[in-house]
Design a protein around this ligand. Structure first.
Ligand SMILES: C[S@@+](CC[C@H](N)C(=O)[O-])C[C@H]1O[C@@H](n2cnc3c(N)ncnc32)[C@H](O)[C@@H]1O
Length: 94
């Protein structure tokens, strides 16, 4: 059911705390997977503003090593790579 609601853009209909809601959070955030997960995290347009803020606040220097836990599609890692020479990340999502 979660997959159908997500596809229909109706995830807001899920009851917070319900099994379906938890499944939605798993699929979209905790461990994204499937075509929707790939297509969202490949180019997470709604995240770029916070990515830019994070990069600015971190004030990275070229000799810093940037480590990101839960990097998703890696777009913030890519931005950090514009500031430092070495980046690394880990993510448990396939
Ligand atoms: C909400 S997504 C955000 C992804 C990315 N940081 C972004 O803003 O586009 C959270 C990411 O953290 C990863 N993640 C969550 N818990 C994790 C864990 N315990 N170990 C590794 N990766 C984890 C998920 O697989 C997912 O890719």
């Amino acid at each position: 059911m979660s997959e159908a609601l997500i596809k229909a853009g109706l995830a807001g209909e899920l009851e917070p705390g319900s099994e379906e809601f938890e499944r939605f959070v798993d699929l979209t955030a905790r461990r994204p997977s499937g075509p929707e997960g790939v297509s969202h995290y490949r180019d997470p347009k709604d995240h770029y503003k916070s990515f830019q803020l994070a990069v600015r606040l971190l004030a990275l220097r070229a000799d810093d090593v940037y480590l990101e836990l839960g990097f998703g599609g890696g777009q913030l890692l890519k931005m950090a790579l514009g500031k430092v020479l070495r980046v690394a990340g880990i993510d448990h999502s396939p």
